[in-house]
Design a binder for this molecule. Structure first.
Ligand code: SAH
Length: 368
C-alpha cells in the first residue's frame, strides 16, 4: 500500500497551524512547524533539514508523506527564455507548468487537474477527459519544484494550465491560502490570476472569500449559440448568468475582470463579432459608461489567436483580422491586448506536451 492510500497527509499541502497541531502530539515545540514549513516551501526535503532533529523527522514521517513533482521534460525557449515543464506526479500522471518573464517578475502558469472535463472544443487538455484533481500539495509542488530547479523566486501565478481550477475548488482555495502565507512562498494575491471557463456557482463562492486575486473569464464568444458550440459549459451557465456573476464579483471585490477571447478563423473573429462583444460587455458590466475609460467595471480583453491543436481542426485568425478585432473593441471603449505568444518555439500552450507524452490514445477520464 502506498502512502497515498493510507491516511497520511501530504506535507506540502499542510498549513503551518495544521503542522503545529500534529507536531504538538509528539511533544515538539511550537516554533518547529514554522521552521519546517518555510524550508519545505523553499524546496528543502525533510531529510535535508539540518536544524530539525531526528525525533521531529520521525514525527513528520508518521503523519505525513513528502513528494515533489519530478521534472520529466524541460523545454527552454531560445526566443524569450520561457521554460516549460512536464511534471511527473507520484502515480505516474503528468501535468504541465510554464515559467514566463512578466514585467513584475517571473510568473508560473500551473495546472489544476490531470486532464479536464469541461470539453472546450479548441483545447488540447480536455481531449481525454479529467483523470483526477490535483491535491493541494501537487498544486504548490509545481511552484516549489520549478523554483528549486531554476534557482529563482517566482513572484506571480496564473492558473491557466491544464484543468478547470473551479472544478477543483476546495484544493485550489487551500492552495491560494498556502502560497500567500508569509512564512512560505509569500506570493501576493494581487499577483495571482485564476482563469475559469465560467462555473458560476463557484465564482460566487470565491467572491465570498474576499481574496483580492484577479478573475479571468474564458468567454470566447458573445452569443450563446456560438459559445455553446465551442464550450459545453455554456449550456449550464449561459453568458447572461456568467456576466451577472462577474458584475457581482467586481462589486464585491473591486478587482478588475479579465476576459480571454480565443480567435478562431470563421467562428468568432468577424468585425460583427467584435461589435457584439463590445456591446455585450458594455451593456452588462458598464451600463453607466461615459467615455472610453469611464464606467463601472474595469474590463480587459485578452485576444488569443487559437493555438492549433491537430485534433480540433480549428485555424487561427489572420493577423489583420486580429488587429481589426482589437481596434473595434478599443473604439467601443474596451481595453484589449493581443496575447504575446511566449515560448512559441517550445509549444508552450498547455496540454500539448502531456498529449504527446500520452500518445494518441488519450486516457479515459470523465467529461461534463
Ligand atoms: N479551465 C480554465 C483554465 C485553463 S485554459 C479556463 O477555461 O479558463 C487557459 C486559457 O487558454 C483559457 O482561456 C482557454 O480557453 C484557453 N485555451 C485553451 N485551448 C486553447 C487553444 N488551443 N488556443 C488558445 N487558447 C486556448
Amino acid at each position: 500500500m502506498t502512502d497515498r492510500q493510507t491516511e497520511k497527509r501530504d506535507l506540502l499541502g499542510m498549513l503551518p497551524e495544521e503542522l503545529q497541531t500534529e507536531l504538538a502530539k509528539y511533544g515538539e515545540p511550537s516554533f518547529r512547524a514554522k521552521q519546517i514549513f518555510s524550508q519545505l516551501h523553499r524546496g528543502v526535503r525533510p531529510d535535508e533539514m539540518t536544524n530539525i532533529g531526528a525525533a521531529a523527522k520521525e514525527a513528520l514521517a508518521s503523519f505525513s508523506r513528502y513528494y515533489l513533482p519530478q521534472p520529466e521534460q524541460k523545454l527552454v525557449s531560445a526566443i524569450d527564455g520561457t521554460v516549460k515543464y512536464l511534471f511527473r506526479l507520484h502515480d505516474g500522471n503528468c501535468v504541465e507548468s510554464v515559467v514566463m518573464k512578466y514585467e513584475h517578475g517571473l510568473t508560473i502558469c500551473i495546472s489544476s487537474q490531470v486532464g479536464c472535463r469541461m470539453g472546450c472544443k479548441f483545447c488540447a487538455s480536455t481531449i481525454g477527459g479529467r483523470v483526477r484533481d490535483l491535491d493541494t500539495g501537487e498544486l504548490v509542488g509545481q511552484i516549489v519544484a520549478a523554483q528549486k530547479d531554476l534557482g529563482v523566486r517566482i513572484a506571480g501565478i496564473v492558473m491557466m494550465g491544464i484543468g478547470e481550477p473551479l472544478d477543483n475548488y476546495d484544493n485550489v482555495v487551500r492552495f491560494l491560502r498556502l502560497v500567500n502565507h508569509p512564512d512560505g512562498l509569500n506570493i501576493g494575491y494581487r499577483h495571482i490570476s485564476l482563469s475559469t471557463c465560467g462555473l458560476v456557482d463557484r465564482i460566487y463562492d470565491l467572491m465570498k472569500l474576499d481574496l483580492p486575486i484577479t478573475l479571468s473569464i474564458s468567454l470566447h464568444a458573445a452569443d450563446d449559440e456560438t459559445r455553446s458550440s465551442i464550450m459545453p459549459v455554456n449550456k449550464r451557465y449561459p453568458i447572461d448568468t456568467l456576466l451577472d456573476a462577474c458584475a457581482s464579483y467586481f462589486a464585491h471585490t473591486g478587482r478588475r475582470i479579465s476576459f480571454e477571447y480565443t480567435l478562431i478563423a470563421g467562428k468568432n473573429d468577424s468585425p460583427k463579432a467584435a461589435v457584439a462583444l463590445a456591446d455585450l460587455l458594455n451593456r452588462k458590466l458598464r451600463p453607466e459608461r461615459r467615455g472610453p475609460e469611464g464606467g463601472a467595471v474595469p474590463i480587459h480583453v485578452n485576444l488569443i489567436p487559437v493555438n492549433e491543436v491537430s485534433e480540433t481542426g480549428f485555424t487561427h485568425s489572420e493577423k489583420a483580422a486580429v488587429r481589426r478585432f482589437a481596434e473595434i473593441l478599443e473604439q467601443h471603449g474596451i481595453r484589449a491586448t493581443v496575447r504575446r505568444r511566449l515560448g512559441s518555439d517550445i509549444n508552450a500552450s498547455c496540454g500539448q506536451l502531456r498529449r504527446q507524452a500520452l500518445g494518441a490514445s488519450g486516457q479515459g477520464g470523465d467529461a461534463l
